[in-house]
Design a protein around this ligand. Structure first.
Ligand code: ATP
Ligand code: MG
Length: 417
């Protein structure tokens, strides 16, 4: 991508209304723009990251054997009345009527819709277990949307739902989702912790949340300093630092976390209320049991920035960087030889399948460096007339203290590693 053709939307000043660093940097780097409270447009730079996160989530979900579907965002009230949640769910549920005066809501989650699908499509125990997921826009009319897309009203979620005849099968899929989430968050390079959690609005019996550890996190997590015990303080109760850990090993410490994933065992709550059953091996009608598994895909983008930034900007992990390489020619407009060499390297980087941002503006070097750092691009290649005399470019990794000279014909190999 040439910067001259790119919707670059970097800001020099720190936006006054952004409280946390990820929100500040997403605005400053030109990743998002606010439309109204909790509603954001993803600009090209931001969307590149969001799509990469989404694809890692999709890849690991597919590897787990789950199948992707896409359900409507708009849901009929009737199904929510069947589950009993139409009256239970508070003002977070955005309700409205269509032209025929029928009631609908914009989905904050999809238990009712999937249970309706399954009760219509699955007839026999032989079709079980099944795990279906989607990556889709949710709406929750949050009382306090804040921190940019971290707590938006509209946000992107991966939600999956599994159906089973037996508890042992649900346990297996729950475990598999736990492992899949661990793989996803590892691929994103996050420091995270799985904790025992409350089932909240969704209901059911057993649940774990996955938290990215960060000072700006809205949740408090109590964890054993040496054992495995970790719980959201919501379920851990009235605990403080130094209390004995419930697992009998060591004492508790408390850290702050950003909830990026949540897995639940729902039992028969929805299947019973909505009549989702199949014939078991003996031909007897049996109510299904269910698990559900969410990941805050858009929230993950902000959570990653909370853990990966410095005074100059974002530091993207390679796996989700909007561009892998920033190619910065120094005063290209003054030298045809330099322009030719830069264009040539740009083409070669692209041919090698590398996402490269080519700064072809007539800009001062300082501005180019600052923009590339703010946007968090992992690799920087500076190409100048002096280096060209020796057939070299100057390379610097986003976290490197110093740059180094690399022969121009070795630079791609060097970056790809
Ligand atoms: P929270 O406690 O943060 O309000 P939740 O427990 O209500 O979240 P879940 O129903 O568990 O959320 O939804 C699954 C995931 O969706 C969450 O783990 C979180 O990562 C993400 N998520 C939930 N609400 C929002 C929001 N308002 N903005 C962005 N992501 C969200
Ligand atoms: Mg949750």
């Amino acid at each position: 991508m040439r910067i001259s053709r790119f919707l670059l939307a970097t800001l020099k000043e720190n936006p006054a209304d952004a409280e946390v660093i990820s929100h500040q940097l997403m605005l400053r780097a030109g990743m998002i723009r606010r439309l109204a409270a909790g509603l954001y447009t993803w600009l090209p730079l931001g969307l590149r990251v969001l799509r990469k996160v989404e694809n890692i989530v999709r890849d690991e979900m597919n590897k787990s054997g789950a199948q992707e579907i896409l359900m409507p965002a708009v849901q009929p009230a009737e199904l929510w009345q069947q589950s009993g949640r139409w009256d239970q769910y508070g003002p977070e549920l955005l309700r409205f009527k269509d032209r025929h005066d029928r009631e609908f809501c914009y989905g904050p989650t999809h238990e009712e819709i999937i249970t309706n699908l399954i009760r219509n499509e699955i007839r026999s125990y032989k079709q079980l277990p099944v795990n279906l997921y989607q990556i889709q826009t949710k709406f929750r009319d949050e009382i306090r949307p804040r921190f940019g897309i971290m707590r938006g009203r509209e946000f992107l979620m991966k939600d999956s739902y599994s159906f089973h005849l037996e508890q042992s099968s649900l346990d297996e899929t729950y475990e598999l989702m736990y492992e899949t989430y661990t793989k996803i968050f590892n691929r994103l390079g996050l420091k995270f912790r799985a904790v025992l959690a409350d089932n909240g609005n969704i209901g059911g019996s057993r649940s774990h949340e996955f938290h990215v550890l960060a000072e700006s996190g809205e949740d408090a997590i109590a964890y054993s300093t040496t054992g495995d015990y970790a719980a959201n303080v919501e379920v851990a109760g009235d605990v403080k630092v130094g209390d004995p850990s419930p697992d009998g090993k060591s004492v508790l410490d408390i850290a702050r976390g950003i909830e990026v994933g949540h897995i639940f065992q729902l039992g028969d709550k929805y299947a019973k209320a909505m009549g989702a059953s199949v014939l078991d091996e003996a031909g007897k009608s049996t109510t299904l049991i269910m698990g559900c598994y969410g990941i805050g895909v858009s929230r993950l983008v902000a959570a990653t920035i909370e853990q990966n930034h410095d005074k100059n900007g974002i530091i993207w992990p390679e796996a989700i960087a909007p561009f892998s390489v920033a190619l910065l020619p120094m005063n290209m407009h003054k030298s045809q030889r330099l322009r030719d060499a830069a264009e040539d390297l740009y083409n070669k980087l692209q041919a090698a399948g590398i996402d490269v941002l080519f700064d072809d503006r007539k800009e001062r070097p300082g501005v180019m460096f600052a923009n590339a750092e703010l946007m968090g691009i992992p690799h920087r290649i500076v190409i100048g007339d002096r280096g060209l005399d020796k057939s070299e470019v100057e390379y610097k990794g986003r976290l490197d203290e110093k740059s180094q000279n690399i022969p121009i014909d070795k630079i791609i190999e060097f970056i790809v590693g």
